[in-house]
Design a protein. Structure first.
Length: 197
């Protein structure tokens, strides 16, 4: 009788262990699948190094579509960052910045504007957001936030991505000397923006 009870107890322990192991294996597989799902990214190659951003097509579909269209058409190639404010942000995406005339930098775009796509993403450190001159004036200019948070910009600029690699490059860029209009004295060139598929 005691042998039979021991047998049942051991069998119960083994069955329970197998069940728990199989559950944790399933859980790990599910987590691994989620972690390995490819996210949509963009590689921004600058003369200071590569910056990789994750894009948010579910939260800002038109903005992401526009950014990809401009990147793949080489619109951004050769543009320069035209505005750098330490402990705040770096800004680029203006085709006027391709030349040596700084007077019109920050005033250019793709020749059209589209509506804002405000979402739950906050304008915080590492956020990739659209620059604008008021409601529904998005075009090609964008900025990356270097400040911890900027609550006064939430609900005023569409956040459509975040930096996932290369924030140290952005931190280096934001320390560059600028003139009285926040234009960097040394060129920071966007050589190419690639969308890995």
């Amino acid at each position: 009788m005691q042998t039979f009870i021991k047998y049942i107890v051991v069998l119960g322990i083994i069955t329970g262990a197998v069940f728990l192991l199989s559950r944790s294996t399933i859980s790990l597989k599910e987590e691994g699948t989620r972690a390995s799902e490819p996210s949509l990214t963009a590689d921004i190659q600058t003369n200071f190094g590569m910056i990789t951003v994750e894009l948010f097509p579910e939260d800002a579909p038109k903005t992401v579509e526009n950014f990809i269209k401009l990147a793949e058409s080489k619109f951004y190639d050769g543009t320069k960052l035209h505005r750098i404010i330490k402990n705040f942000m770096i800004q680029g995406g203006d085709p006027n910045s391709k030349d040596t005339d700084w007077s019109d930098d920050g005033k250019g775009g793709p020749g059209y504007a589209f509506e804002d796509e405000f979402n739950e993403h906050k304008v915080v450190r590492g956020a990739l957001a659209m620059a604008n001159s008021g409601p529904n004036t998005n075009g090609s200019q964008f900025f990356v936030v270097t400040a911890k948070e900027t609550p006064w910009l939430d609900g005023k600029h569409t956040v459509f991505g975040r930096v996932v690699r290369g924030m140290e490059i952005i931190d280096k860029i934001e320390l560059m000397a600028t003139n009285e209009k926040d234009h960097p004295l040394e060129d920071v060139v966007i050589e190419n923006i690639a969308i890995p598929r």
